[in-house]
Design a binder for this molecule. Structure first.
Ligand SMILES: [Zn+2]
Length: 499
């Protein structure tokens, strides 16, 4: 346990020794007269003196590693668990027996309680990072520690950043109980989204969920197999504009969004870290990337509804912006190869424009009046769903060189829709928030069923085995089915490892 780690925490004996040596005792009378047993720790949180105090979560663990003593329940626990688990994942593995939390230790006349005494501090891998030692982490580890702290927006201080004596094992809450920052950051770390935000997931396996978090930053959650489950949220360089629309390429390594200055930006993962944001030569709203692995075209709308695109040339450079025939009265949808874009036209009809023989053509209607077009990835025979003017679900398909007549299928979505890669499933929320799934059976007939959960903005992936959505509490949930669930939809469950 680091003791008296905070350079601002100077015990009374030290003060008196200094006072005696310097002969300035008179000036310290006021300090010495202060209560010897301060009720609050250095950061302003009240001390906890009993291990049976109900404010204490004594079973606190991060990444499976116990922190004897525990930490304070609630937002403190959420944020410290995030710090410790991200430390485990990105800095170095936590070692069982080398990590601690609350300490009911004798304060021995200190003027200020250690933040461990209020259960708002943890020590990680203490023997390797002892009090007073400097440089116990490599430069790259320090960078990663600061990335964790950055996600915590100043609510956490690391002992390695102390101006005086370092305490590199130590992380502590750095705001008082009255701070509004801590609950906001805790909610964000639990998966809260910006109001109006969209989710984007990697369609291949739903292993990554991208969104603008409660502070407008781009983040992702990701799933890995085994018992490690969901991770994150982890920062992606970049901040979305007001509407929080994001679009991810199928490879999970490229995400597009509108920045607050109106430019379309791209952040990308190079195998070890996120890079960007790179501002494309484009300005607009509602970016949609063609969901192919090659990731070569992004559609977006201008303020007047005009449709435009930016594209990546064979040299890897982005070019734009190029206008596409048509004006959109809402969000766009792309098929897999990025050579066709679907939208609601100025008169309210579902329409499309397409690239052929070196130029764009359109806009041409493919269905009745409707909103929220969504398309399968199939570029040869795309299937397009939309919400008709009557609020019912419609489907049209390109077959034999023509668009089929729109067919009414079960469902009353409020939008947006999300379609599985092969066009056999479409998911949506209904007016009461119920998440619902309409699918095509083996006979070709369409069926619909409720999925567990209520909310908005569902997205489907993982070969129709997982649906991720924003719950009614503004946090991200998922429902799933597998052999283990006998093919039934299980959940809903928050996709957070922090609660
Ligand atoms: Zn400590």
């Amino acid at each position: 346990m680091c003791e008296n780690h905070d350079p601002r925490t100077i015990d009374r004996r030290t003060l008196l020794r200094v006072a005696g040596a310097a002969g300035i005792g008179a000036s310290l009378v006021g300090v010495a007269a202060a209560p010897a047993f301060a009720a609050n720790s250095q950061n302003g949180w009240s001390g906890i003196t009993s291990s049976s105090d109900t404010r204490l979560d004594r079973s606190f663990k991060a990444s499976g590693v116990a922190f004897p003593g525990g930490v304070r329940r609630g937002d403190v626990s959420t944020v410290l668990r995030y710090v410790a688990s991200e430390f485990h994942r990105t800095v170095e593995p936590l070692v069982v027996g080398w990590c601690w939390g609350w300490a009911d230790r004798d304060i021995r006349g200190k003027e200020v309680l250690s933040n461990h005494a209020s259960a708002t501090a943890i020590d990680v891998n203490a023997p390797d990072h002892p009090l007073g030692a400097e440089g116990t982490f490599s430069t790259s580890q320090v960078t990663r520690i600061h990335q964790i702290l950055d996600m915590c927006e100043g609510t956490i201080r690391w002992g390695g950043d102390y101006s005086g004596r370092k305490d590199e094992m130590h992380f502590e809450i750095n705001v008082p109980p009255s701070s509004s920052a801590l609950p906001r950051v805790a909610a964000k770390l639990l998966g809260a989204v910006v109001t109006g935000s969209q989710l984007a997931i990697t369609a291949a396996d739903a292993s990554k969920v991208f969104y603008a978090d409660g502070s407008g930053r781009m983040v992702n959650l990701w799933f890995s197999g085994g018992d490690s489950g969901w991770h994150g949220p982890s920062a992606i360089q970049g901040t979305t504009g007001a509407n929080g629309a994001v679009s991810a390429a199928k490879n999970g390594r490229n995400v597009f969004y509108t920045q607050s200055d109106g430019t379309i930006a791209n952040s990308w993962f190079d195998g070890s870290k996120w890079n960007g944001p790179y501002a494309l030569p484009a300005e607009g709203n509602n970016p949609v990337v063609a969901p192919t692995a090659r990731m070569s075209r992004v559609f977006f709308t201008k303020d007047d509804g005009s449709i435009a695109n930016a594209w990546r040339g064979s040299d890897g450079a982005w070019r734009g912006e190029g206008r596409i025939p048509g004006k959109a009265a809402g969000p766009l949808a792309s098929q897999g190869d990025g050579n066709r874009v679907f939208f609601t036209d100025e008169d309210g009809y579902i329409a499309n424009s397409w690239f052929n023989s070196g130029s764009w053509h359109g806009s041409s209607r493919i269905g009745g009046k409707g909103t929220y077009p969504a398309a399968s990835e199939n570029s040869v025979n795309p299937t397009v769903f939309y919400i008709s003017a009557g609020g019912v679900l419609k489907v049209v398909k390109w077959e034999h060189g023509v668009w089929s007549d729109p067919v009414t299928i079960p469902g009353n979505p409020v939008g947006p829709l999300d379609v599985s890669a092969d066009g056999s499933h479409v998911v949506y929320a209904e007016a009461d928030g119920q998440i619902r799934n309409t699918w095509r059976g083996g006979s070709g007939a369409w069926h619909a069923n409720d999925l567990p959960g209520k909310g908005s903005n569902p997205v489907i992936a993982d070969n129709e085995r997982r649906v991720v959505f924003i719950g009614e509490d503004g946090r991200i949930y998922n429902t799933w089915r597998s052999a283990a669930t006998d093919g039934n939809w299980a959940g809903p469950s928050r996709i957070s490892h922090l609660d």
